[in-house]
Design a protein around this ligand. Structure first.
Ligand code: GLV
Ligand code: MN
Ligand code: MN
Length: 422
């Protein structure tokens, strides 16, 4: 049974992604302390790529790598034309879930296998993509591979990105070996793109809708902020004489929360801002912090509002100097505008889901995806399936196998339609 094959592969990728190799077949087997740690550059990531490469080879796909670690598996069509591309990512956030990205990679591969087994004579080639570094967990910015493909980030800038240990992306690829010299030109080589993904929110789950047809992906940005104070003794420095970087960081965290709350209340509720990363130095109870690094994630469904929110946060950072005598530095690590997906691809997905008698809902994505970058160059669409309780970026992330099957069936039908020459 082909769903059984998919289940085994998703579970195996989960096993390979954990620090302790545990295979989780059922939601009851999840453990909040045993998430996926598949960051780019880790052994887990190399193992996952090798595993997927093995599946691609077995499926008879032609494998190619580009210069920034994107990996492609192609099944030729009956004619030589621009390909229909599908895929997602294999990297995870730290302590993440086993479905984010993986469902789109294994699901895309499964759709191609089903077409092959059925002997479906697709006209356009079908290209399964595994994009490099979507989560941004290792190299400090998100959706790296797809941003390079879409011309939003230069190859050189991508290759020069460094991880926490100062290892460059270039060195990481040299070490992992998953790199080549393919120069894919999206506009010339790809006709359209469709990505299957778990919703990572609760709308489909709460409304018991089987398939989300995504028409827009939220805008998002990451800020990296460094606050520098004066390191000193926690016992001997009077409260009135401190320049404590961590105290000013605490103030900033609350300001970020308030600005996003106010904007969410004022408009459609899509505004969110999160300080998800905090690194204090030297990080000791009896020492006033010299420096604090904060990682801030900001999102909005309308570009202009996103800009306002970002400026409010940047002003709040500058304002810390006057109030706490600290110095501050803010760097925008990435900035993705709101991405509208293609009405043609969206319509095709909807028709295919209807044909399969699955309930659908048009939905905006509040998470970022590689599709948002590809959509800048080629018509793109996304198929969402429910996330149990709306939980994601967590070891407790779960999607039912029957929903994964529904998503793959919609994807397979969609690839059939999109691979037809107009
Ligand atoms: C990607 O998963 C994101 O951060 O939205
Ligand atoms: Mn994802
Ligand atoms: Mn994710």
């Amino acid at each position: 049974m082909s769903l059984e094959r998919v289940r085994k592969e998703v579970v195996e990728l989960g096993r390979l992604g954990r620090r302790e190799p545990v295979a989780v077949h059922r939601a009851e087997g999840l453990d909040p302390s045993k998430g996926i740690f598949r960051l780019e550059g880790t052994r887990q990531m190399t193992d996952a790529r090798e595993f997927v490469l093995g599946l691609m080879r077995k499926a008879g796909l032609e494998i190619r790598f580009d210069r920034v670690g994107n990996m492609f598996g192609r099944r030729q069509g009956r004619v030589s034309a621009r390909a229909v591309m599908s895929g997602s990512h294999l990297d995870s956030v730290a302590n993440g879930g086993q479905f984010d990205g993986v469902v789109g990679v294994v699901g895309g591969l499964e759709a191609v296998r089903r077409l092959a087994e059925e002997g479906y004579p697709h006209e356009r080639p079908i290209e399964i993509a595994v994009f490099f570094g979507e989560e941004g967990s290792a190299f400090g910015r998100g959706a790296i591979g797809s941003a390079v493909l879409a011309g939003m980030l230069s190859q050189a800038d991508a290759l020069n990105l460094t991880d926490e240990n100062g290892t460059s992306l270039r060195e990481t690829l040299r070490w992992s070996g998953h790199v080549g010299d393919l120069e894919m030109q999206l506009a010339d080589d790809v006709a359209c793109f469709v990505e299957l993904h778990v919703e990572q929110g609760s709308r489909l789950y709460n409304t018991r809708t089987r398939i989300g047809v995504v028409d827009r992906v939220i805008g998002s940005s990451w800020l990296s902020i460094v606050i520098t104070g004066q390191q000193n003794h926690a016992g001997t420095t009077p409260m009135s004489e401190r320049t404590d970087a961590l105290v000013s960081a605490a103030d900033l965290i609350l300001q970020v929360k308030r600005y996003a709350e106010t904007m969410a209340r004022q408009y459609d509720g899509s505004a969110v801002a999160t300080v998800g990363r905090l690194k204090a130095f030297p990080n000791a109870p009896n020492v006033l912090s010299e420096t604090v690094e904060l990682g801030v994630d900001v999102r909005e469904m309308v570009d202009e509002r996103m800009e306002i929110l970002m400026n409010q946060i940047l002003d709040a950072v500058s304002g810390l100097g006057g109030r706490y005598q600290v110095s501050t530095e803010a760097v925008v690590r990435h900035k993705f505008g709101v991405a509208d997906l293609s009405p043609t691809v969206v319509g095709t997905i909807e028709r295919c889901a209807c044909r399969l008698r699955l309930t659908t809902s048009r939905i905006h994505s509040h998470a970022g995806h590689d599709a948002m970058n590809l959509a800048r160059i080629v018509p793109a669409g996304m198929i969402f399936i429910p996330s149990q309780q709306g939980i994601s970026h967590s070891p407790m992330e779960w999607s039912d196998w029957s929903d994964i099957e529904a998503g793959i069936r919609v994807l397979t039908e969609t690839l059939k339609d999109l691979s037809r020459l107009e």
